[in-house]
Design a protein around this ligand. Structure first.
Ligand code: NAD
Length: 515
């Protein structure tokens, strides 16, 4: 196999590389510490959504190449798990420094491959960087418990041990943050890892893996393999993979959850969403409008915590007029342009907008026919607002994942909460109000895993966990925070006796008790 010294040497998926008309660079796998070109004959184009240019190509990695990545991770495990925790933490301390150093390069890669604006791409990296910072305290996070003298001369204590080879399967919308939710926690707690980035934007994962090696992560501890369904299925079936972290759509997530847990693996699966914001008549107009516009249209609506539905309690007319006024001021452009508020989004979005119109919703703002000068081929949709949306409409039932805000109406807070609770998803929900009583009722009665009170995108920082619920999550232990460490570790409970053993009491076959 042709081994390459660095990822940069093989491909630099940035604007510069696109100016040449050479064939697109092929993204290598990372196996056992070497960047290796796949021997596969099948490749998929990675496309810049603002220009439709091919940035690079990922291989549909062959099964034997995948097996060699798992085998490299398996071989690296014994010595990595025995590496002092302080040494493992120091790799993360160095990694956070290197991510800061290369922040602009990571952001440019994300904007080129995914489309979001450069500023938003920096946010993508930063929210992942915070998980790396948190992993620097793994020695405390991974501590067990100790109870002294539970019986005569007997102590009991628990140890959290790494599982072995873990794997991560990523979506396209956060190319840096989501890999960073996964491998830093897994490897710092002593596991080794196989990462499968999204086939749509693999570049950020490659840069991060290269930085992790520069930070001192030994060969084989982190491996990266590319592909789609086949490699995902191989990860689910492989006996040496002990746990899988997945983030993406419900179709893929439930398939992976079922297939991998049937093989006895741990799975944490973060999936789709339909996040609602309830606006009470007493909400602060300016702050609420800013929150709705930012959370509905930021990242072109391609955040799993985007606020895609707003329920106005009372008459929605004035709120909707103001919303349209503010949404119209947003600038749609390529993410690399400094004035861009929204980058490109997917075609599927337009179909769901049309189905909303056909089922009776009013189109207050239509972003479908937008043309961005200089980026005429781009995959753009402008801010779109549909009003009078009801629960039976396709545009409400399906996740749109684009810059589309659906407006609904309710006569009371109770009714608004019931609408949200009937929705199958449970990632996030927010209320905008100046009433503590309404806020407290909402917090208690709402069935969503992440609740915002006058906060539109309540994504918890890494000392908490990302706690989506209902159809937005499958598994028992959430991503990052204490739950994340528990996911990547197996608890072992030790009972020890150190005392002068009394002689002559004979053998007792009764269940030992502490009496
Ligand atoms: P996706 O499910 O299409 O792809 C995610 C990963 O799964 C990719 O690596 C892909 O190769 C693989 N995959 C896709 N279909 C598969 C199949 N049938 N069998 C096996 N593997 C398959 O998701 P996406 O479009 O990349 O990401 C957007 C989705 O992710 C949205 O639904 C969004 O809400 C969700 N998301 C959720 C969170 C969260 O934390 N809840 C965060 C980000 C994104």
């Amino acid at each position: 196999l042709f081994a390459i010294k660095s990822y940069n040497q093989s491909t630099a998926a940035t604007e510069q590389s696109l100016r040449h008309s050479d064939p697109p660079p092929r993204v290598p796998n990372l196996i056992g510490g070497s960047f290796v070109n796949s021997q596969s004959s099948e490749f998929i184009d990675v496309i810049n959504p603002a220009t439709q240019q091919v940035v690079s190509q990922i291989p549909l990695t062959k099964n034997e190449e995948f097996k060699s990545a798992v085998s490299a991770a398996k071989q690296a495990f014994p010595s990595w798990r025995n590496t002092p925790i302080t040494t493992r933490q120091r790799v993360m301390l160095k990694l956070q420094e290197l991510i800061r150093r290369d922040m602009d390069k990571l952001a440019m890669n994300i904007t080129t491959e995914q489309g979001k604006t450069l500023k938003d791409a920096q946010g993508d990296v930063f929210r992942g960087l915070e998980v790396v910072e948190h992993a620097c305290g793994m020695a405390s996070l991974q501590m067990g418990e100790f109870a002294s003298n539970v019986s005569h001369g007997i102590d009991t204590y628990s140890i959290r041990e790494p599982l072995g080879v873990c794997a991560g399967i990523c979506p396209f919308n956060f190319p840096a943050m989501i890999p960073l939710w996964m491998f830093p926690v897994a490897v710092t707690s002593g596991n080794t890892f196989v990462l499968k980035p999204s086939e749509k934007d693999p570049g950020a994962s490659m840069i991060l893996a290269e930085l992790a090696m520069e930070a001192g992560l030994p060969s084989g501890v982190l491996n990266v393999v590319h592909g789609t369904h086949d490699i995902v299925n191989a990860i689910c079936d492989d006996e040496d993979v002990k746990a899988i972290s997945f983030v993406g759509s419900n179709t893929a997530g439930m398939h992976i959850y079922a297939r991998a847990s049937a093989k006895g693996k741990r799975v944490q699966s973060n999936m789709g969403a339909k996040n609602h914001g309830i606006v009470m008549p007493d909400a602060s107009v300016d702050a609420t409008m800013n929150a709705l516009v930012a959370a509905g249209f930021g990242a072109a609506g391609q955040r799993c915590m985007a606020l895609s539905t707003v329920v106005f309690v009372g008459d929605p007319k004035e709120w909707e007029n103001e919303l349209v006024k503010r949404a119209k001021t947003l600038k749609v452009n390529a993410g690399t342009e400094p004035d861009a508020d929204l980058g490109p989004a997917k075609d599927r979005v337009c179909k769901l907008i049309q189905s909303g119109v056909e089922s009776g919703a009013r189109l207050l703002l239509d972003g479908r026919d937008i043309v961005v000068p200089g980026y005429e081929q781009g995959n753009f949709v402008g801010p779109t607002i549909l009003s009078g949306v009801t629960e039976d409409m396709e545009c409400y039932k399906e996740e749109i994942f684009g810059p589309v805000l659906l407006c609904m109406q309710a006569d009371s807070l109770e009714e608004a909460i019931n609408i949200v609770n009937r929705n199958k998803y449970g990632n996030g929900a927010a209320i905008f109000t100046s009433s503590g009583v309404a806020a407290r009722k909402f917090q208690t009665d709402i069935e969503a895993g992440q609740v915002g009170i006058n906060v539109p995108i309540p994504v918890p920082l890494p000392f908490f966990s990302f706690t989506g619920s209902k159809a937005s999550f499958a598994g028992d232990l959430n991503f990052y925070g204490k739950a994340g460490v528990n996911f990547y570790t197996q608890i072992k409970t030790v009972t020890q006796q150190w005392k002068d053993l009394p002689g002559g009491s004979g053998v007792s076959l009764a269940m030992p008790t502490s009496q």
